[in-house]
Each structure stands twice: as C-alpha cells, then as structure tokens.
Design a protein around this ligand. Structure first.
Ligand code: ATP
Ligand code: MG
Length: 336
C-alpha cells in the first residue's frame, strides 16, 4: 500500500520550493526500499484559487488534507489566515513543532542555537473569544484545558524519549507565565510538569519573559521548549532570528494520525517566479514529514545532506550565494 501525501504548493515561491521538497522525497523513496511508495495528490489553496473561485481553501483541498497520511504545504499570500488555520484544523493538529538550528557555513546571530519549540496549537488566546463590549472595552477569554495541556506534554515526553530533541540537553523546559495567569498558565504548568513526572522525563521551567532574555544571551542552555500557543508563536520567532534566514526554518503541525508540514516562510512575492528561492526550509519540512511517517533514518539522511550543502555547497542568494533553487536542490539530492 502506498502512503498518500497531499501536496499543496499554494502561492509565490510555494510553487518553487514544494516541488524541490517532492524531488527529495522521490529520491529517498527510490534509494531506500523501506521508504514509501508515496502517492502524491496535488490540490489548490491560496490567492490564485481565491481569485478564480472566491474560495482560498476549496472543500476538496480540506478533505484531501484531512484524509491524507501527511500534507506538504508551501505558502499562501494575502489569504494565509483563511488557508492555514482551517488546514491545521483539518489535520487535527494539537502541536506545532518548530526547530530552530544554526548551521555551520550560515551566518547566525547565535551559532550555538539548537532548540525545538513544541507549541500548543489549539488553545490559549487563539481559541479564545474576543468581544467588543462597548465603545471603550474589548475583552478576550483565554482557553486552557487539562486535556490539551496533557496531550501536548505526552507528545513532548515521547519526543524526548525518542531522542528527537537536540543532543546537548536532556528533558525539556516548559515556558509559562503562571505567576500572573495563575488559573490558565497555572493549569498548563501543573499538568505539563505532572505528565513529565509520570513519564520520568526531566523537566524544568522558566517564566516566559525571563526566557525571552535568557535564550538570546545563551541558547546553549535550552533544547526542547514546551509553550502555550501565543508564547510559542512569539518565542519560536525569536529563536528563528538567532539562526538567521527564513529560508532555513521548517515546521510541522502534528495531529493524532496525520500532519501538515510547511516552511516557516511565506510566499515571498518579491522573489517569486525567479527560480532563486532557498529550498532548504521546504526540504527540511519534508524531512519532518518522513520522521512523522516513521522513517527516522531517511529523515536523518535528508538533514545530513542539507547540512553538508549548507557547509560548503551551492547556496541561494539569501545565504550569500548565487545558486538557483534547482542547483541547490540538485546538490542536496546528490548528497543523499
Ligand atoms: P507572505 O505574505 O506570504 O508571508 P512576505 O512578503 O511576508 O509574504 P515572506 O515569505 O514572509 O514574505 O518572506 C520575507 C522575506 O524573506 C522576503 O524578502 C523574502 O524574499 C525572504 N524569503 C522568505 N523565504 C525565502 C526563501 N525560501 N528563500 C529566499 N528568501 C526568502
Ligand atoms: Mg511573511
């Protein structure tokens, strides 16, 4: 039986970097008999399809993502919120996995950075109800459940136990603001630490504001970081700034039995159509997809090849080189 991968290129450079990622998946499936076979099913989403049909996320795309084994997604321009939020829901994603890692050969503010954020993906302020109560007053209700907090923590424990966290740190750190939001972050903190304890996983904690100072000063203290939704959004962007280059950062939205894998960058309209986009973030997202499907060794092969190309291979303009997307992709495929 083949595994079905939904491929949603979307807008702008999504149409350039997602085919590069598929090329890498193909090369892996061809050279490793234990991987695949994969059946790719393409679907539309984003500005272009919205302009044609009035719908940024056609029903058939939503259904495809909901039923596929995994989805590879590029980017949507103006319609990003109308596309990505329902797609995350389609795959039932409860955790957003965002590694931020500096690579030898790439300029970074903090070259020793190697952290993975596990961000709660369904609750917090993003699930809250916002109300405009009067001309003067607006409010937001924040949602935290024990179920959601424990589900994230169970994932974090498994992630750490499987050795998927950075090598330099055991266990994980939970970042929160339970000293102020005693009910919501209090519950989150308590449940996450309790689950870690039940699994015998080492867990320490940081107040998220202190963490925002300590991370850039010394990122080597941290490995896996577990956060509520908004905090994870902000803090993982902070970490992205430390490693330099939007073109490098992959992400995974993981659900119970499928997942959506996407580069952190957007559609980059300023360089779209020129064949010069950095394919690394999309290719590393494909590596996360492989890992999610249980092909950990294949995922490592992809990462190793990316790493050696970043160290001394052809690179795109955003990394100071002059290679095209195709040239950099070819080098990564050759390195497999
Ligand atoms: P969107 O609205 O789709 O997010 P954007 O204008 O915010 O589009 P981003 O994709 O977020 O653009 O990118 C921000 C900047 O980083 C742009 O200048 C873009 O060219 C650059 N950039 C992003 N991704 C890449 C990439 N893969 N390769 C090279 N440059 C990139
Ligand atoms: Mg953007």
């Amino acid at each position: 039986m083949s595994e079905e991968i939904a491929v949603i290129e979307g807008d702008g450079i999504g149409q350039e970097v997602i085919p590069a990622a598929v090329e890498v998946l193909d090369a892996i499936a061809e050279t490793d008999a234990s991987v695949g076979p994969f059946e790719y099913v393409a679907a539309d989403a984003g500005d272009a399809v919205a302009a044609e049909t009035g719908e940024a996320l056609p029903d058939e795309t939503y259904e495809l993502a909901a039923n596929a084994d995994a989805t590879l997604f590029g980017a949507a321009g103006e319609t990003a919120a109308d596309v990505i939020l329902p797609l995350r829901e389609a795959v039932g994603s409860f955790v957003n996995v965002r590694p931020a890692r500096a690579y030898p050969g790439v300029d970074a503010v903090r070259p020793e950075t190697d952290v993975v954020f596990l961000r709660e993906n369904t609750e917090g302020v993003y699930a809250g109800h916002e109300d405009r109560l009067s001309d003067d007053l607006s409010t937001l209700t924040r949602v935290v459940t024990s179920t959601g907090s424990r589900r994230l923590a169970e994932y974090a424990c498994e992630f750490v136990a499987d050795g998927r966290g950075p090598d330099h740190r055991d266990g994980f750190t939970v970042a929160h603001k339970a000293n102020v939001m005693r009910e919501t972050d209090g519950r989150f903190r308590e449940e996450v630490l309790a689950v870690a304890d039940e699994h015998g996983i080492e867990a320490d904690e940081e107040l998220m504001d202190a963490f925002a100072t300590k991370l850039p000063l010394d990122p080597s203290q941290y490995g896996v970081v577990v956060c509520p939704n908004l905090a994870g959004d902000v803090l993982s962007d902070l970490a992205a700034g430390l490693v330099g280059g939007l073109g490098l950062l992959p992400s995974a939205n993981v659900g119970a039995d499928n997942g959506l894998f996407e580069p952190v960058h957007g559609s980059a309209p300023d360089i779209a159509g020129e064949g010069v986009a950095n394919p690394t973030a999309a290719i590393l997202s494909a590596a996360m997809l492989l890992e999610h499907l249980g092909y950990a060794e294949a995922a490592d092969r992809v990462r190793d090849s990316v790493e050696s190309v970043l160290a001394d291979g052809p690179r795109t303009g955003d990394l100071g080189g002059s290679a095209t997307t195709a040239e950099m992709t070819d080098a990564i495929v050759d390195g497999l």
